[in-house]
Ligand binder design. Sequence first.
Ligand SMILES: Nc1ncnc2c1ncn2[C@@H]1O[C@H](COP(=O)(O)OP(=O)(O)O)[C@@H](O)[C@H]1O
Ligand SMILES: N[C@@H](CCC(=O)OP(=O)(O)O)C(=O)O
Length: 374
Amino acid sequence: MRNRTDFAQARRIVVKIGSALLTGGGRGLDLAAIGQWVAQIAAIRHGGTEVVLVSSGSVAEGMSRLGWKTRPHALHELQAAASVGQMGLVQTYESMFQQHGLHTAQILLTHDDLSNRQRYLNARGTLLTLLALGVVPVINENDTVATEEIRFGDNDTLGALAANLLEADLLVILTDQNGLYERDPTLDPAAQLIHQSSISNPALGDMVGESRSGLGKGGMITKLRAARLASRSGAATVIACGREPEVLPKLMRGAEIGTFLIPDESPLLARKRWLAGQLKLKGRVTLDAGAVRMLKDSGKSLLPIGVTAVEGEFSRGDLVACVDGEGVEVARGLVNYGAEETRLILRQPSSQIEKLLGYVDEPELIHRDNLVLA
Ligand SMILES: Nc1ncnc2c1ncn2[C@@H]1O[C@H](COP(=O)(O)OP(=O)(O)O)[C@@H](O)[C@H]1O
Ligand SMILES: N[C@@H](CCC(=O)OP(=O)(O)O)C(=O)O
């Protein structure tokens, strides 16, 4: 997505709504505003674009439900508030999306969940299944177990990690400002809005400051960092004001709203580098000629039936090389089954996986989205 006019073609987007917006000045959830975003997201979803929502607001809603007037400092109290407030968040989203004929699903994640390969694949599998079912996943941090996030308030990063995880085309960060200004506009009202910039522009780093609202936490620093992270899997980012009427449909139609941060690389190149940079090769699988053709010419997933040999000790989620009969690398990707399981299911049709292993995770050994051709 190098131009705003490309947004209309987005297959999948992540929308992050921050605490500063959701909680209407800190008095619990702003239901009227949430109703507007839900209607906008539902329209986009009904238009055929998959939407994942990353929503903050649990601490603020919990404080309101518990009758607490000021944000506690003690971590265990913040965590307690978050767990009470999360109930309000999911109740609100589920009942509001239902009015538009859509179901929601609650996904609570920590940053750690997404850096562990196995949990990464599990989260990915669940989210992709939900999207295929037409459900709108609503992600927040799992504040009961994750303490860094609650302390530093960083759902922006979670939004970017979700964009990486799902290879979203676009990350939309809705906040209480019109976008990224050359200086914090709450300190300098004359500061100009940046309409668009390449994400690698070094000047951006000097513009961003911390949050001063007292509700949100990360400010623009975490939003810029999130945009950089999202660009690693090729996603573009827009930072825009959630209070702008019809902000999401307008953005998707290419309107000049907010700050558009353009990734430097195509999604494919970015994905390739991301896979290569993140992981060490843990093993290799040899493919028969049919499987090599499927991967190279048809862009298909790798099925166990096309695998003739397995080398190395790898676990589900590890990176392995796929080689042809001569040992030449054809592709590399993240495996859905560990080496031991792969040895049991190689040369077999996927319908046999359950019989051979006693369970089935996925019909593919490596899904094509997790595969990069050499
Ligand atoms: N260059 C900048 N442009 C816009 N906002 C900035 C900038 N630098 C710092 N900010 C601050 O970032 C805040 C938004 O971040 P934050 O309060 O964390 O919101 P959210 O809850 O939506 O994540 C703004 O209200 C503003 O005070
Ligand atoms: N998970 C917590 C933290 C939220 C958070 O990170 O806030 P934000 O400033 O919107 O990125 C909550 O829902 O209140």
